[in-house]
Design a protein around this ligand. Structure first.
Ligand SMILES: C[S@@+](CC[C@H](N)C(=O)[O-])C[C@H]1O[C@@H](n2cnc3c(N)ncnc32)[C@H](O)[C@@H]1O
Ligand SMILES: Nc1nc2[nH]cc(C(=O)O)c2c(=O)[nH]1
Ligand code: SF4
Ligand SMILES: [Mg+2]
Length: 256
């Protein structure tokens, strides 16, 4: 797939490498192996997919952002003096300049990259937090966010969401976690099929311990309906369960 940023760079963007930044904030890592760890988050705007449930609507369906020079992003991170940085989006890796930022941050911080696993940068990262998208993520006219015309995105999302090449490269090159958004028991055969395929092609061990099941839900109320079902599936199958601590703590507030 040709990598295009899906977000036009305006004339007014700063000179040199720059990124469309939706938000930059300090919080606790809410998901995955590092849940609970204080971290500074850099959220880029723009995505090559359109999950119907995307909890970052203003980076995917309706991208909003300010363009920031990569040096300025790094300075904002420095000012918060964290041990851990999380680069997320949108899909951060559709932007070539994310690789520039990752190289700038590499020596000073533990950096996690939250990615849908469809793009591989030539850049350092301490933890590739890969969230491959299942068929239950695909937008349709019936599940689309209110007021959104899904249009060509149903087919485009479906065509792009899984690509074994970047997935295997990411797990070969980096410490990783595979973090699946689970809507219910019917998602499990698809997760296991994908794990079989990936274990077949990747030259890296994928332990069940690297596989995390995360309940779908953008709000406390939505999570209340999915979390126990997903926890039981994790227990049954021997995968990890990951909470969404930030949703438990702050519901769907921005900058959390
Ligand atoms: C907004 S995405 C940005 C990074 C990248 N585009 C991705 O999808 O991995 C950050 C994380 O939130 C997860 N996520 C998004 N919407 C969610 C929802 N409604 N419920 C649970 N997890 C969700 C994604 O799967 C991903 O792990
Ligand atoms: N607290 C908190 N933890 C997170 N971990 C991954 C997030 C993301 O949106 O990528 C996220 C987020 O948005 N907030
Ligand atoms: S891949 Fe990530 S940012 Fe893109 S639509 Fe899905 S959850 Fe949102
Ligand atoms: Mg989030």
């Amino acid at each position: 797939m040709p990598v295009s940023s899906e977000v036009e760079r305006p004339e007014s963007a700063p000179d040199g490498p720059a990124l469309p930044v939706n938000e930059l904030f300090a919080s606790l890592q809410g998901e995955g192996k590092l849940a609970g760890v204080p971290s500074t988050f850099v959220r880029t705007s723009g995505c090559n997919l359109r999950c119907w449930f995307c909890d970052s609507y203003h980076t995917s369906w309706e991208p909003t952002h300010a363009w920031m020079g990569v040096d300025d992003v790094a300075s904002e991170v420095d000012a918060r003096d964290p041990d851990h940085v999380v680069l997320t989006g949108g899909e951060p890796l559709i932007h070539d300049e994310s690789a520039t930022l990752l190289r700038e941050l590499a020596d000073d911080y533990h950096v996690t990259v939250e990615t849908n696993g469809t793009v591989v940068p030539d850049a350092p990262m301490d933890l590739a937090s890969i969230s491959p998208k299942l068929s239950t993520s695909t937008p349709t006219p019936a599940n689309a966010p209110e007021g959104v015309d899904v249009g060509e995105w149903e087919a485009r999302h479906e065509e792009r969401r899984i690509d074994l090449d970047p997935l295997s490269t990411l797990v070969e090159r980096h410490d990783f976690q595979l973090k699946f958004v689970v809507t219910g028991p019917d998602d499990l055969p698809e997760i296991e099929g994908l794990l079989d395929d990936l274990r077949g092609v990747a030259d890296a061990e994928i332990r069940d311990d690297d596989v995390l099941l995360m309940p779908e839900g953008q709000t406390r109320k939505e999570l209340a309906a999915t979390r126990n079902v997903v926890a039981d599936l994790a227990l049954e199958r021997g995968y990890r369960y990951t909470p969404r601590l930030h949703v438990d703590l702050w519901n769907d507030a921005p900058e959390t």
